[in-house]
Write a protein that binds this ligand. Structure first.
Ligand code: ZN
Length: 190
């Protein structure tokens, strides 16, 4: 599929490498990562599955999480910082690869980056990436994090991948973070 105008610069139109099965495979991989919420204080009721929503000329293929401007945005997983990219729709964005370079996490509309971020640096879960804002095409009165995940091709390229719906993974993180269990610490950054 083509994602013209998408926040992602491009999307793989075919299954890369022949042995991958696209989004289904990506969702299984994502579930196995047990990602953290990118910021605390999100109630389950505050999460909405907007993955398939229409946007002008495309599908959204991401989850928007509303938060006050300046809310800290944390890495949802370990991995590496693949790219710091400024785009017209996404504004200030971060692309993170997971440790196996199978998934990319994409954080958009940031108000500003955390100090000291540089491409190629290792990231750990809950490292500070930046702050919620409205850069790019986000409405100025509605700051939010646009969070997307995509299944990387092989070799991995930050601009290429198959969109994966992160809604279930975020929902799971929210539930775990508010459960008070020992797992909560690893699913809630603060
Ligand atoms: Zn969005």
């Amino acid at each position: 599929m083509l994602l013209g105008g998408s926040l992602l610069p491009a999307s793989a139109s075919a299954e890369p490498g022949g042995g991958l099965s696209g989004a289904g495979d990506g969702e299984t991989l994502l579930a196995s990562r047990n990602i953290a919420m990118p910021f605390p204080g999100v109630e389950a009721a505050g999460l909405h599955d907007t993955f398939l929503d229409g946007r002008p000329g495309r599908r959204h293929e991401a989850i928007d999480i509303a938060a006050a401007r300046g809310t800290k945005v944390f890495a949802v997983d370990d991995g590496t910082l693949a790219k710091l990219f400024t785009s017209i729709p996404g504004g200030l964005t971060v692309y993170q690869f997971d440790p196996q370079r199978q998934l990319a996490y994409y954080y958009a509309h940031l108000d500003r980056y955390a100090a000291g971020l540089r491409e190629g640096m290792p990231l750990h879960r809950c490292d500070l990436l930046g702050y919620v804002g409205t850069s790019g095409n986000a409405p100025p009165q509605a700051p939010h994090l646009h969070f997307a995940v995509f299944r990387l091709a092989s070799p991995p390229q930050w601009w290429q991948g198959t969109p994966v719906n992160p809604y279930a993974a975020l929902k799971s993180a929210t539930a775990a973070a508010s459960s008070g269990s020992s797992a909560a610490k690893t699913r809630a950054c603060r």
